[in-house]
Design a protein around this ligand. Structure first.
Ligand SMILES: Cc1cc2nc3c(=O)[nH]c(=O)nc-3n(C[C@H](O)[C@H](O)[C@H](O)COP(=O)(O)O)c2cc1C
Length: 372
């Protein structure tokens, strides 16, 4: 099943294997996608669907050094090189639209301003990746530092950010992407509004569950109106507590969100289960509730093997399966999975930072660097 084609709304995917979004911190000056990034993604175009690394919708939405953006003409042009290369190699690609909210640092923000959030709460011990002090800005040398104390967004600012998402979605289409995925997972802005412990607002954007979901609803609606709901997916991480984003009742919150997204009619929900080590397993009943609430495509990612993937498809929980770290290390992953071949191990030290090492130089099973 994993190797069979799949129709994602109007998009024909060659198989049910997804390369999920993975930040690699290799963009050029101006947060522009590069030729090297085009090579990296094109090498992996045998995935049914590639979702780009988190791509900020604005300078304010950036939380880590060298992550690419999609809000300037140069950035759109940079991404066009990537999507052209992926399409030429027979792949399909969505852009993951990202606003980190509070998970940023004053050194990345315009005029050294504080990052923004639904509420002014610091996630203690939560770190972001910034250029190393005194290092050349393009050296790719970074360090992890505590994120900065955020300030609370005003309502006009919230409404502005909703428009910025819609514009970024239009930019993504102009850059040749087949659609966009809203990053509403892993403790970033959309999840900060959704989760009960990061949103302490008492206005129309917080307080009750319905009000906590309002920002997600308005962003998704605006983006759907901008480019069509058939080209919009949403990523959620119901049980991870990454970046200090904790919800008191994840099942209630996320199933309500799934129902809301079903009404808007988005193409898919992409669920991040386990990521690093910190997520509890989602019980089968939770997965069945997702199916019940959402009629579109469901993608699951998080420590999947070929066997677990087949099981999830067979049980009817998932339609598509994301393989993250295995795709970093294996450009020919679908071929290896289909033929039961061993996998290269990823080099963790090279996940973030400059250059082709640990990025475009992983060999295919047949021993060659993958030509595109
Ligand atoms: C280096 C790295 C960067 C990641 N960056 C992102 C990101 O930008 N956006 C996102 O939603 N998830 C991100 N993730 C999470 C992955 O999309 C995926 O959910 C996770 O790696 C679990 O899948 P795996 O066990 O197959 O690797 C990242 C993961 C890794 C390893």
């Amino acid at each position: 099943m994993l190797f069979e084609p799949y129709k994602l709304e109007q998009l024909q995917l060659n198989n049910r294997i997804v390369m999920p979004p993975m930040t690699r911190a290799r963009s050029a000056v101006g947060e522009v996608a590069t030729e090297l990034m085009a090579e990296y993604y094109a090498q992996r175009a045998s995935a049914g669907l590639i979702i780009s690394e988190g791509t900020q919708i604005s300078r304010q939405g950036q939380g880590y050094a060298w992550t690419p953006g999609i809000y300037t003409p140069e950035q759109i042009k940079g991404w066009k090189t990537v999507t052209d290369a992926v399409h030429k190699a027979g792949g399909k690609m969505f852009a993951q639209l990202w606003h980190v909210g509070r998970i940023s640092h004053t050194s990345l923000q315009e005029n050294g301003e504080a990052p923004v959030a639904p509420s002014a709460i610091l996630a203690k011990g939560v770190k972001v990746y910034v250029p190393k002090q005194n290092a050349d800005a393009q050296s790719g040398q970074g360090e992890m530092v505590q994120h900065s104390m955020p300030r609370e967004l005003t309502i006009p600012e919230i409404q502005q950010i909703i428009q910025t998402y819609a514009q970024a979605a239009k930019n993504a289409i102009a850059a040749g992407f087949d659609g966009v995925e809203l990053h509403a997972a892993n403790g970033y802005l959309l999840e900060q509004f959704t989760d009960s412990q990061t949103n302490l607002r008492t206005d129309e954007y917080g307080g009750t569950l319905e009000k906590r979901l309002r920002f997600l609803k308005e962003v998704t609606t605006a983006v759907s109106e901008a480019i069509g709901s058939h080209r919009v997916g949403v990523r959620q991480a119901p049980l991870t507590t990454q970046m200090g984003a904790v919800d008191d009742n994840p099942e209630e919150t996320y199933i309500a969100a799934a129902r809301m997204l079903n009404e808007i009619g988005v193409a898919y929900i992409h669920i991040a289960e386990a990521d690093w080590e910190d997520a509890p397993v989602m019980a089968p009943a939770f997965k069945e509730a997702y199916r019940e609430a959402f009629k579109g495509t469901l993608i699951y990612s998080g420590k999947y093997s070929r066997e677990r993937a087949h099981e999830a498809l067979k049980n009817g929980w998932a339609d598509l399966i994301g393989f993250g770290r295995p795709f970093i290390a294996n450009p020919d992953l679908p071929y290896r999975l289909e033929n039961g071949l061993p996998l290269n191990a990823p080099i963790i030290e090279k996940f973030f930072g400059a250059g082709p090492e640990g990025y475009t130089d992983y060999p295919t099973y047949h021993g060659s660097k993958m030509a595109v």
